[in-house]
Ligand binder design. Sequence first.
Ligand code: HEC
Length: 248
Amino acid sequence: MRHLFTGVCLTALLLCAGVSSTRVAAQAAPTAAAPTTAARTVWNGAYSAEQAARGRDAYAQHCQRCHVFDEAGRPTRFIGDRFWRRFGDDTLDGLFLPIRTNMPNNQPGTLAVPTYLDIVAFLLQQNDMPTGAAELTEQDLPSIQLVSRDGPAPIAADSLVAISGCLVQEGAEWRVTNASAPIRLRAAGAPVDQARLGAAGKTFALKYLLVPPTRMKGQWVTVRGLMMSTGDAVNVSLINAVQPACPN
Ligand code: HEC
């Protein structure tokens, strides 16, 4: 039944080649309860005080030449609104990876991984996130969510998102029902974590389908695309079947 798990590419917007059938098949089964409440976030304490202190020294040594401290010794570029707009509603990977890959700008990727982690810890501390018992590790990054204290902010129109839900047809309209809350995708081909896409009773209309996804009707699918301004419809780029049946 391999065909059940193969993605359909509906427009040229996304890089379909990045979504392999094996990866889709390996995704976890959707759970009945929305898992978001149980997910680990930065508000559970993601780093230690010592780590953030080391991070301040490393930032002073390797970063502040270009990203200056303000008079209070804070890394202005990476705190408050500017921090949240760029890095919020993602996992800690979304903060770590651009730094690890591109910085320091004149010598990208030259610091040790623990030093980059220390700097991330420092930035979390500077954004008033609590310390925890353990240090932040590289393994933690994809599983800790960087969300505001009140949970994820509503996703803005035209953001690239993923949603999982039950694919249904009503007349000429296609929808996903019992759907998860949308999660923001960092890049078109980014893998999605099905644990964050559990059934949550939402409905989204699927717009601009070039090919009706008839063969996935009644299946549990993941839809990628751009959130439309109404907040309840997606301009679809890609639909993948995740499970051949929808959970009740
Ligand atoms: C030689 C100057 C220089 C140094 C040193 C430097 N940066 Fe940058 N940084 C830049 C430039 C230039 C950009 C890209 C333009 C911009 O966003 O300001 C940038 C962008 C960034 C971004 C935004 C990336 C994004 O994807 O939005 C982050 C985060 C960052 N730097 C963190 C750091 C950290 C942490 C260090 C220390 C390890 C560091 N930088 C060292 C010059 C520098």
